[in-house]
Design a protein around this ligand. Structure first.
Ligand code: HMG
Length: 393
């Protein structure tokens, strides 16, 4: 079932970045009086990444992609696909700033993709097609998002932010993406963000229901097209708006397929995939690929085993597909670096988090330098004449 030429096409390298700051759910619970068990067990979250005043989807994306470029160079990258639903401009692709910050070749195309949390999976599929057409080319797929809900709303506990950069090419070192894909689209208003709003609107219970319907729809299409049987998969990487959602989704899938949906079966399929999302929070387009990073970084040797991916984006579009883990992948992992980007975050108290949440740039075209809060390589230095000014340290 491997697709494409030679040894297949897929994810050759994967690196992620997250924010300067972190807010613990314990701090949120102390402020709003929620029983902490609701956060730790009920939604399965411990903390959320919070961007500094001088961080955004561009700085996160550049930080995620820089190690990939440092390892592989950029001479074969002819396409950059930037997937996000927290876009900073209605016209210019955020990836163009990243292209410039990282000094990528001018002989490249750069484009931004959007369909809620699903966008990066569309990017990955488009990348597979480009590489199939010319296997000497590589595609840099970046998923970068900041998840922001209204203060004091039920969604507040499911915020987060991160970016994942994936180098897609022929003869990949990590995961060979297989066909077929199971696809599902339904017009639902479970979660959306009109252009005039900085915070998403959501119907929480409807969104959970819509996600479960999409799981069912994708699986039906996937198996109808002759994909793997459920029991063949070593693990499942789900989109994780909060980690408990992956458990709900997998239980739903097991029940739909008439399989044992007991705790042990679910834990065996998902246990290794939630570690990063549990402490980062919802990173929208990046979330399913953070699940993959956590799986590869923590599981026993998965060489040659198929992994299932379920990518869901509200609104809604979803896709189920399989990837086969490439023998020798463990030598390519960035486990220590991934743990370090999580551990280096500085804890915020609730008042400082609230101040950052309420912060926005004036819209009058004046010059507004940002306070220096980040310590990483890339920062948003100012907004000046309606233009974002970025800096590489
Ligand atoms: P809520 O009203 O705050 O919480 O909404 P709840 O009352 O539904 O409780 C949550 C769980 O905690 C329940 O468990 C409670 O029983 C449990 P469940 O019944 O679901 O198994 N609980 C406790 N457990 C242990 N000890 C306790 C305790 N108290 C309660 N003391 C909700 C929760 C997730 C709806 C809310 O946070 C929200 O609206 N979040 C945003 C929407 C969202 O994440 N939806 C997920 C599906 S849609 C999606 O994934 C797409 C998305 O990423 C966007 C995109 O695609 O771009 C969001």
């Amino acid at each position: 079932m491997a697709s494409g030429p030679g040894k297949g096409i897929g994810i050759h390298d994967l690196s992620f970045a997250t924010t300067e700051f972190v807010l613990s759910h314990a701090a949120l619970a102390a402020y709003n009086g929620t029983e902490i068990g609701k956060y730790h067990l009920g939604i399965g979250q411990e903390s959320m990444s919070v961007p500094a005043a001088d961080e955004d989807i561009v700085t996160l994306a550049a930080a995620a992609a820089a190690p990939v470029i440092a390892r592989h160079g950029s001479e074969n990258i002819r396409t950059v696909v930037f997937a996000t639903e927290s876009s900073i401009d209605q016209a210019k692709a955020a990836g163009v700033y990243v292209h410039s910050l990282l000094g990528l070749p001018s002989a490249a195309r750069v484009v931004e993709l959007k369909q809620a949390c699903y966008g990066a999976t569309a990017g990955l599929q488009f990348a597979l097609g480009l590489v199939a057409r010319d296997p000497s080319q590589q595609v840099l797929v970046i998923a970068s998002d900041v998840s922001k809900y209204e203060l004091d709303s039920p969604g507040e506990a499911t915020q987060g932010a991160a970016a994942v950069a994936m180098l897609v090419g022929a003869d990949p070192a990590l995961v060979r993406i297989e066909g077929p894909s199971g696809l599902f689209t339904a017009d639902v208003m479970d979660f959306w963000r009109p252009n005039y709003r900085t915070e998403a609107l959501v119907d929480g219970q409807e969104s959970i229901h819509a996600y479960l319907q999409a799981v069912e729809g994708c699986w039906k299409d996937y198996s109808g097209q002759g994909g793997h049987a459920l029991e063949e998969f070593a693990a499942f990487c789900y989109h994780q708006p909060f980690t408990k959602m992956a458990y709900k989704a997998h239980r739903h899938l097991l029940e739909y397929c008439g399989h044992d949906s007991g705790k042990d079966a679910i834990e065996a399929a998902l246990g290794h995939t939630t570690a990063y999302n549990r402490v980062i929070g919802n990173s929208y387009t990046a979330s399913v690929y953070l699940a993959l990073a956590a799986l590869l970084d923590q599981a026993e040797d998965l060489s040659g085993r198929p992994v299932g991916f379920l990518s869901y984006g509200s609104g809604s579009v979803a896709e189920f597909f399989a990837g086969q883990v490439v023998p020798g992948y463990r030598a390519q992992l960035r486990t220590a670096e991934h743990r370090a980007v999580i551990e280096r975050r500085r804890p915020l108290d609730y008042a400082d988090y609230r101040e950052l949440h309420e912060r926005s740039f004036p819209t009058d075209g004046g010059g507004y330098p940002t306070p220096v809060q980040t310590s990483g390589d890339f920062r948003l230095a100012a907004l000046h004449g309606h233009k974002r000014i970025y800096q590489r340290r």
